[in-house]
Design a protein around this ligand. Structure first.
Ligand code: HEC
Ligand code: HEC
Length: 330
């Protein structure tokens, strides 16, 4: 009786595992989703005042990622600082070159991308490319005027940049937390420049975008009400960092817990392997279910949970195998 119930449970779990694996395979294959590109009717006048204002914002906000030291222009470059678990990143060529840069983009297409993160072909720019949710319309126009100007930083440079390669994690995150921002439906006025505090707040929240880096977690940023971001300006935005020893210990523990639960003991090495595989399964399940993994305690639980899911179907199989394949009684 117990065996039959176990078999049914194992069957259900196996179907679940297959469904999760299938979903992940699909996400990995299809990549970051695309979205319908917006049509924005905008024509920005390129005046010296706008270009000067735009240059300041671009130097503050964009140059760190897009500045190519070889040409001294915004022709893009590799971004080795993006943590490896997100894949490899390369910033785009945003000089005025018509083919490899953004020389053929309309003002409206640039505005839509900078506000929402969606390119003119519908592709979403990766999470680490900035999205300007709250910058004033005037400052946004200044940026566009600058990108269109004859400033040496944006002179046409022919340089085809490879697209960033996204990891499965980035692709999953881009379906769960990192999504296009809505294009504003009402005008966004400039702050009162005479009120120094209001202006400073605008810099931190909208024009210089200090708050995403200086809060607790990029995945828990509130773009429109920055104060509601997790740990707003409290710092500590660290990447989960596990050294190898930790990984092995957590893996072994999780594998052991799972082996006890499904009553199939095996050696330490197999425990580590089962635990680590389990941590991948558990990790994705936790993400899919919006279950936060914080600290090593819940890390081990998630890993053990994943390992149990992994072992359960296996635990039923040997019963159908010939005697010699059965585990020796202990
Ligand atoms: C933290 C790094 C980072 C910052 C800051 C940043 N970008 Fe980007 N940008 C990227 C990356 C990475 C891509 C996309 C590359 C890819 O898809 O492979 C990108 C793509 C773009 C594109 C799309 C170009 C195309 O051909 O598809 C434009 C336009 C752009 N950025 C403009 C800007 C502007 C303007 C700013 C400042 C307001 C800015 N970026 C700030 C990293 C950054
Ligand atoms: C791309 C991410 C990023 C952005 C954007 C950013 N910072 Fe930082 N900031 C950091 C990091 C990382 C450190 C810590 C450097 C270290 O500890 O060596 C830092 C350090 C600082 C410090 C020093 C704090 C201390 O205790 O030493 C101040 C002040 C600061 N930032 C203010 C700002 C302001 C103001 C802005 C917006 C104009 C801003 N930051 C934008 C990442 C960022």
């Amino acid at each position: 009786m117990v065996k039959r119930i176990l078999k049914v449970v194992a069957g259900i779990v196996a179907v679940l595992v297959l469904a999760v694996a299938g979903t992940l395979l699909y996400i990995n294959w299809s990549g970051i989703p695309t979205y319908p590109p917006g049509k924005v009717d905008l024509k920005v006048e390129v005046t010296p005042e706008r270009v000067a204002g735009g240059r300041r914002t671009v130097q503050l906000l964009c140059a760190s990622c897009h500045l190519d030291n070889d040409t001294g222009t915004l022709a893009g470059k590799p971004m080795p600082d993006v943590p490896a678990q997100f894949g490899s990143a390369h910033s785009a060529n945003i000089t005025q070159d018509e083919e490899t840069g953004i020389g053929s983009w309309t003002d409206g297409e640039i505005a839509y991308l900078l506000r929402t993160g969606v390119r003119r072909d519908g592709r979403y720019t990766p999470p680490w490319m900035v999205k300007l949710a709250k910058i004033s319309d005037e400052d946004l126009k200044d940026i566009i005027a600058f990108l269109r100007s004859d400033d040496p930083l944006v002179r046409p440079v022919k340089a085809k940049r490879p697209l960033s390669k996204h990891s499965l994690l980035t692709k999953v995150l881009s379906r769960v937390v990192f999504k296009p921002l809505p294009y504003p439906t009402a005008p966004i006025p400039a702050p009162d420049m005479t009120d120094k505090v209001a202006y400073g707040k605008y810099l931190v929240q909208a024009r210089a975008l200090c708050f995403p880096c200086h809060s607790a977690d990029f995945a828990k940023i509130d773009d429109f009400t920055p104060e509601r971001s997790a740990g707003y300006l409290g710092g500590g935005n660290a990447m989960p960092d596990m050294n190898l020893v930790n990984v092995v210990v957590v893996g072994a523990l999780a594998g052991w817990v799972a082996s006890v639960v499904v009553n199939r003991r095996h050696g330490v090495l197999l425990n580590v392997i089962v635990g680590l595989t389990g941590s991948v399964i558990g990790g994705w399940l936790a993400w899919a279910l919006h279950f936060p993994i914080v600290g090593s305690g819940s890390g081990i639980s998630a890993s053990a949970g994943g390992a149990i899911i992994l072992l359960l179907p296996l635990s039923v199989l040997p019963h159908r195998l010939p005697d010699r394949r059965r585990p020796r009684p202990t």
